[in-house]
Design a protein around this ligand. Sequence first.
Ligand code: F0G
Length: 364
Amino acid sequence: MHTERTTSKFGRGVIEHYREYLPVAESTAVISLSEGDTPLVFCPQLSKRVGRVVFVKNEGVNPTGSFKDRGMTLAVSKAKERGATALICASTGNTSASAAAYAARAGISCVVILPAGKIATGKLLQAFAYGAKIVAIDGNFDDALRLVRELGEAGDLAIVNSINPDRIAGQKTAAFEIVDVLGDAPDFHLLPVGNAGNITAYWAGYREYHALGRSTKLPAMIGFQAAGAAPIFYNRIVEQPETVASAIRIGNPASWKQARAAINESHGAIDVVSDEEILAAQTWLAQHEGIFVEPASAASVAGLFKCCDSKDAAYSFQKIQGQSRIVCTVTGHGLKDPDVIIGQMKELKSVPATVNDVRRAVGL
Ligand code: F0G
């Protein structure tokens, strides 16, 4: 097959950029959509609001609109290398969108198992558009993952959920990018937690870079679960998880132990944020920083507000003196999950096409 390559390491995807840290050989055919290299955006309004230096790692600008693409490039490249002809995953939406896209790119088929009626519109639309075989089940994400494990064990379908270590290895590149851009690790890293693969991956990335002398410190990892889907926080399986942040509607995370280890080893914390706090943070970030994220992603910013404002927070920034750098990962793009915002939008009535009517409509 004819291939075209640019000489730059940038813009060629996370495998080409961080090849030496990833389990790939020269002979591994790289399946990439130029994921990664996402902006680490300094947020002046957010920094002012919380009295700290805050950056947002905007993973919503990945090729399928979420951080999943970092792990999927590696998982699909490796699956193809091992001779897989079909992939399978369970998903709350983003993993399925990403798996479907990378399967299409690899020329292999993709089965996605989804909790019926619980997938945000944009994500479901993506899986359709990329041509996945979609199965909706009467059950939640935890049920879907159980089915995937059983089907994957039969051997003819390669599992691309984050129980596949290649997913975690690919996702750790986000931590590398942050250290490369900041020149060191941040003091705190805040992120949403669902199946707990991402917090596991970031911690692995930070530790690996630190061990190699690429950073002088390690961040405290602070994870946020939605209050109605918070098994790690409550330390028990949640049979019927519920939250507006459908991406993290998970009651029995696969990487529970690893997430606990990341939190303990980094002297971080796990906390909960309510649906109201999540939606308020989503609106705040869009309207003050111009960054529109899906509800699950806003959990990190809602969590930041909680750490700075609330005495009940599992981690209080009020006790921390001096300047510290905080990174909040926002995991997915706002356009994926428009339903809540559509509900909030006022009906648009047209006005005559005159300057005066337009002026009146906007209150000038
Ligand atoms: N944010 C978004 C937008 C997600 O889609 C997910 C997980 C998370 C955060 C949590 O990350 O699971 O690594 O702790 N989405 C998975 C999916 C479960 O199927 O798309 P995690």
